[in-house]
Design a binder for this molecule. Structure first.
Ligand code: ZN
Length: 343
């Protein structure tokens, strides 16, 4: 089968012919119908510092966001049948650590990531642990199924930010931020204020339901958010930029008692005034590492299948798997949101 492979620990990827894998115990074989490029894949391609420290097993078939059709079952798989449509949950839990025992599998102590620590889905077929092969309704198109993983991160953050009836800021309008805009709007936020420095991304935010957009390279975002919130600040901030300066500034327009959900990954430490930024403000600051398994999945599937959440504006490009290099170029250009690869 065709596959995109990271052959060795240096920059670059290769398009290769490899044999179709066989599902082992507790695994399913999926015919990949759509896969999505993510920042992680670009880190692996560039061989960034993150990738160098990610404990990759090479040669590695990369890619972790996908959906497809189950074509074979390993032994001991229950609840999934051949022909089912599935999407990949990328957090592979061990099943026996403390977090796994208390319903927090997504932050398992021995967490492995599909497509990073195991062969992934930029291929015609992929073996997925059955626990990570999430059965999805057949009326959800494969292109949408391929982005449920990043969508779930945004969807859960909006849910845990309790956005209903309140003004919310989404900081950073890349694909995850755009998904967060859509989720917050659907969940009934009174105002969704998207902040970015790219016109392309800000127009995406409007298409996803932002009521206001701010360009932080030219607008005074602190003043603008305070003006939009009667001087109190936003009830919630969904952080999807990973930008140190933007994050520090955001504490100035977070309402007292507000919630700050963190998704973005800054490349260096951030200095905060714990007193004014968090303690006196009673700010609730929390990290989100992916989706709750499987509460988040159920929520977004219901939202998508009912038509209440439409993510079409985020799916800007669809290209053949062979053209992955062009896809990476597109993703880096800032003129694409989600790039879908079709094997
Ligand atoms: Zn575990």
């Amino acid at each position: 089968m065709k596959a995109i492979v990271k052959p060795r620990p240096m920059p670059g990827l290769e398009f290769a012919e490899v044999s179709i894998p066989e599902p082992g115990q507790g695994e399913v074989l999926v015919k990949v119908r759509a896969a999505a490029l993510c920042g992680t894949d670009i880190h692996i391609e560039e061989w960034s510092l993150w990738a160098q420290n990610a404990n990759l097993k090479m040669p590695l078939i990369i890619g972790h966001e996908c959906s497809g059709e189950v074509v074979a079952l390993g032994t001991g798989v229950l609840g999934i049948e051949i022909g089912d449509h599935v999407a990949s949950e990328t957090h592979i839990p061990c099943g026996h650590c403390l977090q796994c025992q208390i319903g927090e599998q997504h932050i398992c102590a021995n967490l492995k990531i599909f497509g990073v620590h195991t062969d992934g889905c930029f291929a015609e077929y992929a073996v997925i642990p059955a626990i990570c092969a999430r059965k999805i309704p057949k009326n959800i198109p494969f292109q949408v199924g391929a982005v449920l993983e990043p969508l779930g991160t945004a969807f859960r953050t909006a849910a845990e930010c309790n956005v209903y009836g309140k003004p919310v800021v989404v900081l950073g309008c890349g694909p995850i931020g755009l998904f967060a805009v859509g989720a917050a709007a659907m969940m009934g936020a009174s105002k969704v204020i998207g902040i970015d420095i790219s016109d392309f991304r800000l127009s995406g935010a409007k298409a996803m339901g932002a009521t206001h957009v701010l360009d932080s390279s030219s607008d005074d975002v602190v003043k603008a958010v305070l003006d939009l919130t009667d001087g109190y600040g936003a009830d919630s901030i969904i952080e999807a930029s990973g930008h140190v300066g933007a994050i520090k500034t955001a504490f100035r327009y977070l309402r007292k008692g507000g919630r700050f959900g963190m998704i973005g990954l800054p490349t260096k430490p951030i200095e905060l005034e714990l007193g004014s930024d968090i303690v006196f403000k009673e700010a609730k600051v929390f990290g989100i590492h992916g989706r709750k398994m499987f509460e988040t999945w159920r929520g977004m599937e219901e939202a998508l299948a009912s038509g209440k959440l439409n993510i079409a504006p985020v799916l800007t490009h669809e290209i053949p798997l062979e053209s992955y290099a062009e896809g990476i170029k597109l993703a880096k250009s800032g003129q694409a949101n989600k790039v879908i690869l079709v094997p």
